[in-house]
Design a protein around this ligand. Structure first.
Ligand SMILES: Cc1cc2nc3c(=O)[nH]c(=O)nc-3n(C[C@H](O)[C@H](O)[C@H](O)COP(=O)(O)OP(=O)(O)OC[C@H]3O[C@@H](n4cnc5c(N)ncnc54)[C@H](O)[C@@H]3O)c2cc1C
Length: 360
């Protein structure tokens, strides 16, 4: 039977958008469906790609590999949409205390860390703007995606070729599994495969709800900082990043109990207290947002196709690193959907063995 599409991608966040582009570039007929919720993890994300994170100054998992995929991917999207959305930008990290200073000293001697950084930063942070009495280092291989622009222009491109639909898909009622694929009768489309890139909404997906999450709510502030001209992202406990609109964004908090999208006074206080440890300039808070990051219990992203229903695929759990990881993991998913193995067993959907009995 011939289908309307080769693949339907459910969800147009960072994950689904990357999957859709990678499929289109392979010549597949793709339909992306999204319910266009105002607040999602991707609409709130600052789009930062930070190579070194945490108090132990750890280089992000598979950074070199993910970085080269991401760079090539976003440049290709820019060429196709004729709209710039990604910038390579160094980031400055101010060392928090003596313990972190000692870690930095040790890390500068290691082969994974030292090529990624420069110490001290050049140029130095401007003294009148930042508390720069502590040591600092500069991460050279880093970047920032203008996520709203990327999502909006990608969506427009998909729409132009009949590859996008705005609707809320009700699971499981809207999806019928057929002998050779899937059918969504209410939407009026069929496809060989359906790939779920739903972010945190996947917790109620009847085919994949056995994949356990440990999601984290995050809050972020938008600031007006008159007189500040620092294009690099500056980190110290929180990050401060300039945007294309002349405003700055600052965040983010992590909270594991109240998983909603409501900005809180406590979130704002936490961010501002950390910011004031290194920013000397006066500022106004012009906006505050909150969303829930999709993080799986085992911290790694999860990729795969359903062991019992091979027309159904899954990519989720991008956590705080969707911008970096989505382009490469989208390729990985496509490989797995055509019968390949998942490259890293920690990311393999099949480790959630209960999934075998998981269907509506
Ligand atoms: C405050 C904050 C700051 C962050 N900053 C960064 C950062 O600087 N860098 C970075 O890399 N990451 C950052 N992140 C993390 C990043 O946002 C996530 O990694 C990423 O957004 C996950 O993308 P996703 O596509 O998996 O999920 P989502 O963004 O949640 O996308 C899922 C989409 O699926 C749609 N959907 C779900 N179910 C249905 C359905 N049944 N029918 C129709 N549509 C459906 C949703 O509406 C949504 O659009 C941040 C997150 C937060 C909260």
């Amino acid at each position: 039977m011939s289908h309307d599409y080769d693949v339907i991608v459910l969800g147009q966040g960072l994950a689904g958008t990357a999957v859709a582009w990678q499929l289109r570039w392979r010549g597949e007929r793709v339909l992306v469906i999204d319910r266009e919720a105002e607040v999602t993890s991707s609409t709130v994300a600052a789009g930062l790609i930070t190579p070194v994170t945490g108090q132990r100054l750890v280089v992000s998992w598979r950074f070199a590999d993910f970085w080269s995929s991401a760079l090539a991917f976003y440049r290709r999207v820019e060429a196709e949409t004729q709209m710039p959305c990604f910038r390579e930008t160094p980031m400055v990290r101010i060392v928090a205390d003596q313990g972190e200073q000692a870690v930095l000293h040790q890390r500068l001697t290691t082969r994974d860390f030292s090529p990624l950084v420069r110490q001290p930063p050049s140029p130095a942070l401007i003294d009148a703007h930042f508390q720069s009495d502590a040591a600092a280092f500069e991460m050279l291989t880093a970047g920032q995606l203008d996520v709203p622009t990327y999502l909006r222009t990608s969506r427009a491109c998909f729409s132009q070729t009949g590859g996008y639909l705005a609707t809320d898909v009700h699971l499981p009622d809207d999806v019928q599994l057929t002998a050779d694929g899937v059918s969504l009768p209410r939407v009026g489309v069929t496809a060989q495969q359906l790939v779920f890139c739903q972010g945190i909404a996947a917790t109620t997906n009847p085919w994949f709800h056995a994949v356990q999450f440990r999601p984290a709510k995050g809050e972020i502030l938008t600031l007006r900082i008159p007189g500040l001209e620092e294009s690099r992202v500056v980190h110290r406990g929180v990050w401060l990043a300039s945007g294309t609109d002349g405003l700055y964004r600052c965040g983010a908090t992590y909270e594991w109990q109240t998983l909603d999208t409501v900005p809180t006074a406590a979130g704002r206080v936490e961010i501002e207290q950390r910011l004031q440890r290194f920013l000397r300039c006066p500022y106004d808070v012009v906006d505050q947002q909150a969303a829930v990051r999709p993080i799986h219990r085992q911290q790694y992203p999860v990729i795969g196709r359903h062991p019992k229903f091979p027309a159904l695929g899954y990519l989720n759990g991008l956590g705080s690193k969707g911008t970096l990881q989505a382009p490469a993991l989208a390729n990985e998913l496509i490989r797995v959907m055509s019968g390949g193995d998942v490259f890293d067993p920690r990311c393999d959907l099949n480790r959630w063995t209960e999934l075998r009995g998981c269907h509506p």
